[in-house]
Design a protein around this ligand. Structure first.
Ligand code: FUB
Length: 336
């Protein structure tokens, strides 16, 4: 038995009938809805571009309470074959609600192999979602996450390096040279790290209202994190939540497998690195959301324990998240 299999997880898969990952959780009308990726084994070999993540559709899950660790699968809410502009790889989605309509934000590769972000709309939280005919204008990269702020402005955070292609957009247009290399065009180790992006959404929530800006993460001295600081720098899996009036930007460090967070005073930042949320899980990726329900805070995350460690066959989970008296998130260890 491998060392991993001896680990005792602190939480159980919320659903075992399908593999799910990248859980974006929201409370709509008093109920928890989870917008995850739907993992499948499409037969693509593991590589550093994430080709093995060949997902084709989304299923929305719901839960009455996190305590039960049981979610209901509401079936296919959107399939790639119904999205005119998208060819493949339906990666981590998120959702938002406005005036009784629900908006599903999702990344997928277009027919040129470039990740774009699309929006699909529904009258219910569980879909089916009707996609817009085109991706969001000037969208790029992966892992959208939407914050509805208290003034009813909506902000979209996104981006991911390596297979997420963020490094290919450094000059403002897509650089397709050396397309098989996930490492081409990354900054040097002693240069500021690549940042996630943030943009306000238009009132109809269908487009960027402004050019995306960098989500800058500073260290304790006020300097931007460096690309070589792989235990702390942004890789993918943006999430934004508010706690006690502060903005908590959280993310995955990718190849070092941590979920970390940084705190700012407004939705654009800059954000100061705060620490780790979750130590590495079984599997390569770590991806999450943070959500308040009935006065308690929860971390939704995933691991590959149900598939015995298969990287691209993951399961969403939930565990309680706590803050200390200074607002720092108490680091969670996912196995006992
Ligand atoms: O699920 C596919 C990709 O794996 C996501 O977009 C990343 O965040 C990572 O979890």
């Amino acid at each position: 038995m491998s060392e991993e299999k001896k680990l005792n997880p602190i939480s159980a898969p919320l659903i075992k009938s399908i593999y799910t990952a990248d859980p974006s959780a929201h409370v709509f009308n008093g109920k928890i809805y989870i917008y995850p990726s739907h993992d499948i084994d499409a037969g693509d070999a593991f590589d550093d571009l994430g080709s093995h993540f060949a997902m084709e559709d989304y299923h929305i899950l719901s839960m009455d309470t996190p305590a039960d660790e049981i979610a209901t699968d509401h079936g296919v809410a959107l399939h790639v074959k119904d999205v005119k502009w998208a060819e493949r790889q339906m990666w981590a989605p998120d959702a938002a609600e406005k005036n009784g309509k629900y908006y599903l934000y999702f990344p997928a590769k277009d027919y040129d192999g470039i990740f774009r972000i699309g929006v699909a709309v529904s009258d219910t939280p569980t879909g089916p979602f009707i996609p817009q005919p085109e991706a969001i204008t000037n969208s790029f990269s992966i892992d959208p996450a939407v914050l509805q702020d208290e003034d009813d402005s909506y902000y979209i955070y996104f981006g991911g390096i390596w297979g997420g292609q963020l490094q290919r957009w450094r000059a403002g247009t897509f650089n397709g040279d050396q397309a098989e290399s996930p490492f081409a065009f990354l900054p040097n180790e002693n240069e500021p790290a690549l940042c996630a992006k943030v943009a306000k959404l238009t009132d109809d929530l269908l487009e960027f209202a402004e050019a995306p800006k960098d989500v800058v993460i500073l260290d304790e001295l006020g300097n931007p994190l460096l690309q070589g600081d792989t235990d702390r720098r942004f890789f993918e899996a943006s999430w934004m939540h508010k706690y006690n009036g502060k903005y908590y930007f959280s993310y995955s460090t990718g190849d070092t497998h941590f979920l970390c967070y940084a705190i700012g005073e407004n939705p654009y930042g800059p954000f100061t690195y705060g620490g780790r949320i979750l130590e590495p899980v079984i599997g390569w990726t770590s991806h999450h959301s943070i959500c308040e329900f009935e006065g308690k805070w929860y971390l939704f995350y995933h691991d590959s324990s149900l598939s015995d460690g298969v990287t691209h066959l993951r399961s969403v989970k939930v565990t309680e998240l706590n803050y200390d008296e200074d607002g720092k998130i108490i680091t969670i260890v996912p196995y006992k």
